[in-house]
Each structure stands twice: as C-alpha cells, then as structure tokens.
Unconditional design. Structure first.
Lengths: 155, 491
C-alpha cells in the first residue's frame, strides 16, 4: 500500500533514479576496459546498485510507517504560491541576465522579489535595491575584477 | 622560520581587515535565524577564488568562527538558535534575557566562545603536525579506507534515518563520477555536453544546496519571533562570572576539541554533550534551563572549541568532518592546494598562517561580541523579505563568478531546487556535499591501489585494518543506539 509518508516518495524516486543510472552505465564505452584492472563502469555501476537497494529499503520503511506530512508545519497556500513564483523569478533572472546585463536585471529582480515576498514600501525598496546593486557591482567588477554580464547600454 | 613568516603575513592591515570583516559577517550570518555558517561560507567561497589562498582561507575561517558564535545572539534575544551549535545556549540565555540580563548573557557567551576557540586552536597547533607526520605513511590503500571512514562517520550522524544518510552520500559520490574518467578518458554521464566533460564543480552545488534551497525553505516558513527589545546593559562581567568561566573552560574545551576532531560530529553535538556534562557535574542541576550562566558557558565554549578540532582531520588528512570544513577544503582546492600531510611539508608558511589567523579570529570575536552586543537587536530585526532576494542574487553571482559560466549558474539552480525537495524528504544536503568531495578520493585511490598491487592492501595493511574497525564502529554505534531506544520504548 502506497502511503503519503515522505520515505515512500523518496524510496520511489531513488528506485526510478537508480534504474536510469544503471541504464546509462550500460551505455558507457567499453573500449578501454581490457587495458585497466578496474573498468570505468565499475564504480558508477556499483553506486547505481547501492542506490537501488537503499531506495527499496527506504520505500519499505515508508510503507511500514504511518502516513506523515512532508512539511512539519504545513505551509500556507499563499507561501507556496510565493515560493513557486520566486523560483520562476530566479529562472527569469538567469534568462535575461546575459542579454540585459547585471545592473538592470538585478535591479528589476530585487524590486520584483521584494514586492512578491510582501515588502510593499516602494521607495524603500528602490533605495535598498540601488545600494545593493551598486555595492555588488563595485565589489565584483572593480575590486575582484569579475566581468559581470553587460547589457546593450554598456552597464 | 615559518612562524615568523606567518606572523608577518597575518599582521598586515589587509589580512587583519579580512579576518575581522569575515568574523563580523559571520556573526551577522550566524545571528540571523535561517542563515547558517555553511550558507555564508558557500556564498563567500567564489570571492576567495580571486584572493591569494591565505587571505581567502582566513576570511572564511573568520566567517566560520563568527557564525558559530553569532547564533548566540538570536538564542539569547529570540529564543531561536540562529545557528544549530547555539541550540543549548537558548535554554539559559533566553531566561537570562527575560530577567533583564541579556547583556550579561551575551558577555558570558562572548568570553566563553573566545576562550573555547583559543583552546581549540592550541589543540590544533599541537595535534595537527603530529597527525600529519603519521599520515605521511599513508598510501593509496590507506586513503581509500580513510575516505570510507569519512563517509561512514558522516552517515552515522546525518539524521534520523541511516538509510537516507547513505542515500545522500551515494548521490554525492555518484555526482562526483560525472565527467571524463581520469584513468581511461571514457565519458561518464556527460550526455554529449562539453561543460560536463570536466565534471560537476562542487561550488555551484554547494551554493545551490545551502543557499538557494534555504531561500525557498525560508519563503515557505512563517516565523513570528518575540525579540527582547529591552536595552542591553551591564556587559561587564563580575569576578564571580570569570570564576564560573574558568571553572567550565577545561571540560567544555576538551569536549569541544574531541567532538570537533571526529568526522561528522561538530559544534552542535559538542554543545549538547558539554551542556549535559555541566548539568550532571553541577551541585544545582535543577537551575539549568532557568537562566544559569554555567549553561551558556558550557555550550558556547564547547561549540567554538570544536572549530579548531574540526580543522585537524581537514588539514592533516584532507577529510572534511563537516559541511563548513568541506567548504574550506573547496577553498583550498580552487587554489590547487590539496589538504593532507604533504601540505605541511610543501606549504609550511600557509599552515602556520592558518594557525595564527585562526587565533586572531578568536580575538576578533571578543571585540565584535562585546562591541556589537548593544546593536544586536538591530541585526536581528533585518527582515527576511529583504534578505532572501539578496541571498538569491549572491547565489547567482557566486556561481557565475567561478568560471564566468552560465552553465554553473544552471547547476546551482538545479541543485537548489533538488536540494530543497531532498531535504524535505529527509536527505541532508551535507551528506551530498561530502559524498561529492570524498567520492573522487575513494575512487581514484582504490583504482590506483588495484593498479599498483591489487586489492589486498586495502584489507591487510595495519593502518587500513584500524580504519576498518573505526568505520564498523561508526556504522554500528547508531544502529545499536536505535535498537536500544526501541527496546526501552517497548518496555
């Protein structure tokens, strides 16, 4: 019987993942095997089997235990929505960063993220964002000489 | 000779500023609930890439020391340990703050942490060269078993489930096999990607697992803290307080050092054991938990003494015993410095610089701890709605700065999301990181041993036999403890 215990979920994921690992290992090139005492397949193959056994054990442990919450305190629906949007916001940040440059995209991300997380004081948000973007840009570009992505405007 | 060079290297304005700056940052990171020493170090790690090794390492050590202590602020003023090692500090620190003795509690924590930290560094200076000299006898076979020992020790303390601890380590080791095989140049799990040919760099994974995953976790959590807002006064300690500190110093420091040296243990376990020891050896154990200074001294002295202890296996054997130690290992590796006994021979000045710098970091605690106690409530008032976007940006830029590669940023993002779910399902991120670091040590040394002399030395060399016995003890101990608990419950 499949219960909602985190261990059954984790066990299932690990068993499926180990299956994928073992399949991929079987596709490794075998050209070099005869020249070496230990094949390059050996270690990943061994780990795949270990993961399969551990996944099965964790699954069985989960089935034998009563259903339990994955989160000790069930998060509010609004918090879950915020977290999902935040992850998408980070994804969008990464997507636009190479094209629009660090300064503009980081400023937009900071403003949007603060607003999303409930910090509604717009003027303060702009001030904080400005100071933070300036400091990080100065630290990485000028002091550490890390070439941060530049936008079409040259900053 | 190397000591003189180390003193010259450390006592420069830049180095002192880096140590004190790292320490101040560490105190802030440690004080803010939800941020850990590991997260702070992970975010600062890419910056050290652009510094000389000694500067980068000492800044991280300052941060580590500061973060272990910084947790005491929130433990005393919020009743929430800002960092896990301060868990026992809140038991007596918060009741003291409620009685209007927050200043005294912070001063006790500061002085206890400083003295404990100094004891830890002295132990490191004495033990490390002896162990390093002994470890020169280690060959590939011994390092193979040492890696197994390191992994098993970490599994043993990785949480409630031994199987999940093993699974975390296995996932980490599996990640370490991605890329071109060192021995045969066969591609493993690269999916035709050129970026994956050189393997998965552990820094973006660390930033994702400890930075972004924690940000997501914090967004989902709603915490309503009741901060002590009364003015923090009476920072000066009395002669009686100093007598209490000196009385608790030796046992708490010894516990901290021994626990710190053990792979997998660390500040949290050290403070719990030290607190329990202080309670059991006290004439008034019933006062513990109601705001007794001895409780704060025992917990804070031990957790900071463990920092020096944790450096022993890292520097002498190249085995990180904890997640912060793993990040320090990473900081050395990105400068092509492989911790281990040879480091003592090839880089004696760097080793001495680490010793001296770590000692200076302890004194920086004293300065910051007493100097910033009055503004501690302001530090704790930083809102997470502001802090979390800042951390997210630092995660992205930190992962990018390593090789100016967006591929690494992608690795960080995937690690962060996967790490969040794995953590919720019971796999601790530290187990994955340590597997990722110790995996190559195990595989490369095992294969070298087999190529040179077959598998036999792994089981027959006297050092290997001792390490196998220790490994078995590390795995069997939690199993026996679990069985004993079950037996007690059924009775």
């Amino acid at each position: 019987m499949l219960t909602k215990n985190p261990s059954t979920i984790l066990g299932t994921i690990l068993v499926l993942f180990s299956g994928g690992v073992l399949y991929l290992v079987s596709q490794f090139s075998t050209a070099a095997e005869e020249f070496r005492a230990l094949s390059p397949k050996f270690f990943p193959d061994f780990l795949g089997w270990v993961l399969l056994v551990l996944g099965t054990i964790i699954f069985v442990q989960g089935v034998r235990r009563p259903p339990a919450q994955i989160f000790s305190d069930r998060p509010e629906k609004a918090a879950v929505v915020r977290a999902v949007f935040f992850v998408f916001l980070v994804g969008a940040y990464l997507y636009f960063l190479p094209a629009l440059g660090f300064v503009v995209v980081t400023a937009l991300f900071m403003l949007a993220a603060q607003f999303l997380l409930g910090e509604k004081h717009f003027i303060l948000n702009i001030l904080r964002t400005g100071v933070f973007v300036f400091l990080v840009n100065y630290l990485f570009s000028s002091l550490l000489r890390v070439p941060l992505p530049l936008g079409p405007w040259g900053f | 000779m190397s000591l003189l060079a180390a003193l010259q290297a450390v006592f420069t304005f830049k180095m002192i500023a880096l140590i004190f700056g790292g320490s101040a940052l560490g105190i802030i990171v440690g004080a803010l609930p939800g941020l850990s020493a590991t997260m702070g170090m992970a975010l600062m790690l890419p910056i050290t890439f652009y510094m000389p090794p000694s500067e980068g390492i000492l800044m991280l050590l300052g941060l580590y020391t500061g973060a272990v202590f910084g947790g005491a602020y929130s433990a005393i003023l919020l009743n929430i340990p800002g960092a896990p090692p301060s868990v026992m500090t809140s038991l007596d620190g918060y009741p003291m703050a409620q009685k209007g003795e927050a200043g005294r509690a912070i001063s006790l924590a500061t002085v206890g942490s400083t003295l404990g930290g100094i004891a830890g560094v002295i132990a490191l200076i004495i033990i490390a060269p002896i162990l390093a000299k002994f470890a020169l006898r280690f060959g590939p076979a011994e390092y193979t078993v040492l890696a197994v020992f390191g992994l098993s020790a970490i599994v043993a303390v990785s949480g409630k489930s031994l199987a999940k601890g093993f699974a975390g380590v296995t996932l980490g080791v599996l990640l370490s096999t991605v890329g071109m095989d060192n021995f045969t140049n066969v591609s493993r799990f690269t999916f035709g990607s050129i970026e994956l040919m050189s393997g998965i760099n552990f820094i973006p994974v660390v930033i994702g697992l400890f930075g972004l995953a924690e940000v997501i976790s914090q967004i989902l959590e709603s915490t309503k803290e009741g901060i002590i807002t009364k003015a923090i006064n009476r920072l000066l300690l009395s002669a009686g307080d100093f007598r209490l500190i000196l009385k608790g110093l030796i046992p708490a420091s010894l516990i901290g050092i021994v626990i710190g040296v053990l792979p997998g243990a660390g500040g949290t376990i050290a403070s719990i054991i030290s607190y329990n020891h202080a309670m059991q050896s006290s004439k008034e154990p019933e006062k513990f938990g109601t705001g007794t200074p001895e409780g704060i001294i025992a917990a804070e002295t031990a957790n900071n003494a463990s920092v020096g202890g944790a450096m022993v296996p890292l520097l002498t054997l190249g085995v990180p015993g904890s997640s912060p130690a793993a990040i320090l290992l990473g900081a050395l590796l990105i400068h092509n410095l492989r911790p281990g006994p040879m480091l003592f021979t090839t880089q004696p000045v760097l080793i001495s610089t680490i010793f001296v710098g770590l000692l200076v970091a302890q004194f920086s605690l004293l300065l910051w701890g007493l100097g910033t106690a009055r503004i501690a409530p302001w530090i704790l008032a930083v809102r997470k709605e502001v802090m979390l976007p800042v951390i997210a940006v630092l995660c992205v830029i930190g992962a990018f700065a390593l090789k100016n590669s967006f591929f690494d940023v992608g690795i960080m993002l995937v690690s962060g999301i996967a790490g969040f779910f794995l953590n919720k399902l019971g796999i601790k991120p530290g187990t994955i990181i340590l597997g990722l670091i110790l995996g190559p040590m195990f595989e490369n040394n095992l294969r070298s041993t087999i190529e040179i002399s077959g598998i036999a030395p792994v089981f027959t060399s006297p050092i290997c036999v001792v390490l196998w016995v220790l490994t078995a003890a590390m795995i069997l101990y939690p199993i026996c403890r679990m069985l004993r608990l079950k037996k007690c419950e059924s009775e």
